[in-house]
Design a protein around this ligand. Structure first.
Ligand SMILES: Nc1ncnc2c1ncn2[C@@H]1O[C@H](COP(=O)(O)OP(=O)(O)OP(=O)(O)O)[C@@H](O)[C@H]1O
Length: 209
């Protein structure tokens, strides 16, 4: 399988504290990397570095062999990052949020109503996001996964606030993504149920402790 993502000797220091040092790994098409570790260990920091939103103190991240600075267009097209807070616009309705998100992603939605149904928000489309529950807001944010063509998904705590049906839905979507040659990097405090050969684990412990 081809290598989608390669991290080379990553070191990160925040507020004078070394979160991790000399981290290296490869993630191939069809694989998941589950980043584990206690609160504050640096998992979100690592994901933000991989997404190109933060610079490591040392080291480099390659997507299909390319550093971000050399091919920003490839990175833009082939990565999808969803952070741990649902990045929804509070005053926009669920439907308006889907249109807003998809425009930012450069995607024309074929059938926004179908997408609402897929993520379990049909019937709630006219309600401002701020009046939706935490899990419903998370579903708006996660709707991006159902139209994304990006090969690398970077998801920070995607299961937070989801009910069991929502978690099942995500697992199904992850499986499709992997079957189509995608790769997935995620943090989750919940255990993942995937067959061993597809799942890699990386545990971060604060290096200074
Ligand atoms: N913007 C920032 N400036 C300085 N330090 C930060 C910043 N954001 C996070 N940190 C620090 O970096 C450390 C790691 O934070 P991070 O959010 O990466 O942890 P995490 O492993 O994702 O934790 P959690 O499981 O609680 O989500 C923490 O000590 C945090 O205080």
């Amino acid at each position: 399988m081809s290598v989608v993502l390669e991290a080379q000797q990553l070191t990160s220091v925040r507020a004078g504290r070394t979160l991790f040092s000399d981290l290296s790994w490869q993630l191939a098409a069809g694989e998941i990397l589950h980043i584990e570790g206690p609160n504050g260990a640096g998992k979100s920091t690592l994901l933000r570095i991989v997404a190109g939103l933060l610079q490591p103190l040392e080291g480099e991240v390659l997507l299909f062999g390319q550093p971000q600075r050399e091919d920003p267009e490839l990175w833009q097209r082939q990565t999808l990052f969803i952070g741990h807070k649902p990045a929804v616009k509070a005053e926009l309705t669920a439907l308006e949020n889907l249109h807003f998100q998809s425009r930012l992603d450069g995607v024309q939605l074929d059938d926004p109503w179908q997408l609402l149904e897929t993520v379990g928000l049909l019937g709630l489309e006219d309600i401002p996001a701020q009046q939706l529950s935490a899990g419903q807001q998370r579903r708006i944010a996660l709707a991006r996964l159902f139209y994304s063509q990006a090969k690398l998904w970077i998801l920070d705590e995607p299961f937070t606030a989801l009910d069991t049906r929502g978690i099942d839905l995500l697992h199904q979507r992850f499986a499709q993504h992997l079957e189509h040659g995608g790769a997935l990097l995620l943090t989750s405090h919940q255990p993942l149920t995937w067959s061993g050969e597809r799942l890699q684990r990386l545990r971060i412990e604060a290096a200074d402790e």
